[in-house]
Design a protein around this ligand. Structure first.
Ligand code: ARG
Length: 465
């Protein structure tokens, strides 16, 4: 590709070591797409004649066909990177005129373009997968009906809540992740082609037309930046790290809830494993790996920032090191989401256990204190009064509703017969009847809202396609 100026051959070990083809071969489809657009721009600029362009486009299509037909086609010990590979194959297929495709362009803008195309595709795919995943969460929330469970703070029982509201907490997280992906997409979707190696192409290429050809919103505004910018990679992988952290939190709760001690969740056999030693075991490996994968994605995010932080403008070969963390993080996320979706669809909740847990542990204590507040007792005092009542229950091993009115009145005379109806699970669940609240009608509203947001996630993806 560049041997003309050199009198000595490269050290063979160095030559092998500096190649990116073993990993950037995954960008082949995008490299071909960008090359077709560049070819058409060269035709418009009068560098290629119609016949040469046709031959080049034919060659590029053949390369794509061969790559699809056999993995062996990508075995190339000579190719330095995917750009070199395509050039070599093109010349093999159509002869010396294949070299003309490289007129007026640099690999620096090519790799920047390929990576943008890759990230854009990954975003679109991820948004679809997230929509499926969120749909599975909403379906579970719907199926849970009015079943209740404990809500925890500090992993201690706090208040009872609808199972559906708990599941919708995850929908809220993933909705933000989907929004972050589309926001990131706006900055990704600009075309570096025509930036040359650093200060622009040596030929008069129609940058607007190339950008439109590739479905970009327009050309990048600055060639020095465009050839050396990997912000969009750093940003994208950080969005993935947060998404993976959300999946990890969900996985952790499912692991905990599947323990014998909780018993809220039956692990689906199709997504669990046994132990080679202990015959009784069913292990939540899918969930554990989901929790573990966040490490590599967060690691990739850190790598990317470190690679780019000290680079002088513009292109430096260090930038080649941004490829593997990106590819690994994206593929990890793309592979993981369909699996957690399959798991969630197959998982069964033990609503009875959840409901029983929701009734115990004095989780109606705050509601009990609120009863007193409505009758004029300052909350601080009400808190203390109910605290004493709970203490009494602990001594007697009973629940609040099992204390007699006489016993209650010893703590405060405000208690009346209607107190007991405020302690039932149904009554406690119905309290938060405000927008975003946890009363059953509000949760149903939130569910409808979530479905609309899923539809719009898919809508945006389709509008881009
Ligand atoms: N494989 C290279 C990379 O990923 C392509 C760009 C090479 N440019 C250069 N000036 N050596 O960064």
């Amino acid at each position: 590709m560049w041997a003309g100026r050199f009198r000595q051959p490269l050290d063979p070990e160095f030559e092998r070591w500096q190649r990116s083809f073993p990993f950037d071969c995954r960008l082949l489809g995008h490299e071909l797409e960008a090359s077709r657009a560049h070819g058409r721009a060269l035709r418009k600029a009068g560098v290629l004649c119609e016949e040469e362009l046709a031959s080049i486009l034919f060659g590029l299509d053949k390369i794509s066909d061969h790559a699809k037909a056999s993995a062996d086609f990508l075995k190339d010990e000579e190719a330095e990177d995917v750009h070199h590979f395509v050039e070599r194959k093109l010349v093999e297929l159509i002869g010396e005129k294949g070299y003309k495709l490289h007129s007026g362009r640099s690999r620096n803008e090519q790799i920047a373009t390929d990576l943008r195309l890759y990230v854009r595709d990954a975003i679109d795919e991820l948004r679809e997968l997230l929509a499926d995943w969120m749909e599975a969460l909403v379906a579970k929330a719907e199926a849970a009906g009015n079943s209740a469970m404990p809500a925890y703070t500090h992993l201690q029982c706090a208040e009872p809540v609808l199972v559906a509201h708990w599941l919708l907490a995850y929908v809220a997280m993933f909705q933000r992740d989907a929004e972050r992906l589309s926001d990131c997409r706006k900055r990704v979707n600009l075309c570096p082609l025509g930036s040359g190696a650093v200060v622009g192409a040596t030929l008069a290429l129609d940058r607007e037309a190339i950008a439109a050809d590739l479905g970009f919103d327009g050309p990048t505004p600055n060639s020095i930046d465009a050839t050396s910018d990997r912000d969009f990679v750093v940003e994208f992988v950080n969005v993935l790290a947060l998404l993976a952290a959300h999946l990890s939190r969900w996985a952790e709760e499912m692991i905990l809830f599947s323990t014998q001690e909780f018993g809220f969740v039956h692990l689906p056999e199709a997504f669990s494993t046994g132990s080679s030693a202990m015959p009784q075991k069913k292990n939540p490996d899918l969930l554990e790996l989901t929790r573990g994968k966040v490490a590599r994605i967060a690691g990739a995010a850190t790598s990317l920032l470190v690679v780019t932080k000290g680079l002088p403008l513009a292109y430096n070969k260090d930038l080649q090191e941004t490829q593997e963390p990106l590819l690994d993080a994206a593929e990890t996320a793309l592979n993981m989401i369909p699996l957690v979706t399959g798991f969630l669809r197959a998982v069964e909740f033990n609503y009875e256990r959840m409901q029983t847990a929701a009734r115990s542990g004095f989780m109606n204590a705050w509601a009990a204190a609120t009863y007193l507040v409505h009758r004029g007792v300052p909350f601080r005092l009400a808190h203390e009064i109910i605290g004493k009542a709970v203490q009494r229950c602990l001594e007697k091993s009973c629940d609040l509703h099992e204390l007699s009115l006489e016993e209650l009145r010893m703590f405060n005379p405000t208690f009346a017969k209607d107190f007991y109806s405020h302690l039932t699970l149904e009554s406690v669940l119905g309290i938060h009847d405000v927008p975003g609240g946890t009363a059953p009608a509000r949760v149903r509203q939130a569910m409808a809202e979530a479905k609309r947001s899923i539809t719009s996630i898919r809508g945006v993806t389709h509008a881009h396609a």
